[in-house]
Write a protein that binds this ligand. Sequence first.
Ligand code: ATP
Ligand code: MG
Length: 466
Amino acid sequence: MKFNLADKVFTTVSEIIDKENKEAYIIGGWVRDLILNRHSKDVDIVVVGSGIELANKLAKKLDTAITVTVFKNFGTAMFKYQNIEYEFVGARRESYNRNSRNPIVEDGTLEDDLHRRDLTINALAISLQKNNFGELIDKFDAIKDIENKIIKTPTNPDITFSDDPLRMLRAIRFATQLNFNIEEKTLQAIKDNVQRISIITKERINDELNKIIISKKPSIGFLKLAETNLLEIIFPELYNLKGVEIVNNVGHKDNFFHTVQVLDNIAEKTDKLWLRWAALLHDIAKPITKKFINNAWTFHGHEMVGAKIISNIFNKMKMPTNENLKYIQKLVGLHLRPIILSSEEVTDAAVRRLIVEAGEDLDDLMTLCEADITSKNDEKVQRYMTNFKLVRQKIKELEEKDALRNWKSPISGEQIMAALNLQPSKTIGIIKEMIKDAILDGKIENNYTAAENYMYKLIQENNFII
Ligand code: ATP
Ligand code: MG
């Protein structure tokens, strides 16, 4: 197979190596993605010799304004050119010791370099030599694996995964992104090496998890993580959702399968990583709130407990604990509210409350709740969806009428204190809350005068201890 590579970077590399009688190849992800028709914004070039030297010479020839970044310790160099990142490295041979995924590196041939790659589909190369410019080098029959949609290691999977256990996650991640199957022996080797994942940093694991979550059908990855038992080690809280308990012949749904289905549902509606995370975590506290009462399973309060424990989970996983975490906590904490609304008579007051509490995240909350409907019973799903439409309609009407999104009390604590000549105290908070209730219940209008009048009325009618 030969590719027609017109790109100036590639032809210039070809000229340089031709003069110096060297070999260079495009290698790895970019080649894979070219064949798969995916867009790849990073190109890896391997040279038999020094990658840093090649990068410097090439940059000078292409455009003197290019800044080459050199990583001396790794023997690599990179630069950005016309929005594409090029990385240059010398061909190498690797050997590993048991405690680290970082290999001992020696100079090597192209063949050595292909042998150290994680998967056959990532061990493709394209020659940049003049005599066979553009020719595909497929040492491990990767084209066949691409045709058959197979994820497989180029050499013994047991050694490949034990050497660098991150590759197990990469294998599952590529299976998810590409919707490929993992070859039997490769899958078995993951099962046999799961404990090795402990030498991988949490940050690396999170990168792969996020790539799975942001895939078109994330359930593929999570089911594989569960099947291989990797999930139990890297994300035990999610793993614990698995299983069905039966008492007196009464069971409940398997919350793990439900959760990954919700994740697939939401993936069809949004590419927002953190909204997808909210879907993944929405039922996370079901195992710890589960009770069998009056011959039925309940998970009372799982949304509030869930919102609480997510910060521990994120801390432990070293996921970022900034405003993204707060956003997820808010959505998880509120995720039952639209459902409750839609199964009762939809009152204006309840919808107003939801609008105010969800604030700018209301649309995302509704997306999460719609994704959460996964019953096998079509009639039930339809009924919920119709009710949700009503809730959405009502939200729209009330928002237009009452301008509730990003609602702020028309009267501030300071204004209440000034009007009543009070010092800061609990009472101010209580009065403010009662005014909020009155507005959301539609008893008074949403403006300062109405709020002030209502405040005086409250003072007259209640025996506040001031
Ligand atoms: P993506 O860019 O979508 O994450 P990629 O396969 O291009 O996927 P990179 O991290 O850019 O991943 O790595 C480039 C190439 O380096 C890979 O295609 C593969 O050949 C090799 N590689 C990356 N990580 C490993 C690893 N842990 N073990 C062996 N080879 C690896
Ligand atoms: Mg890449």
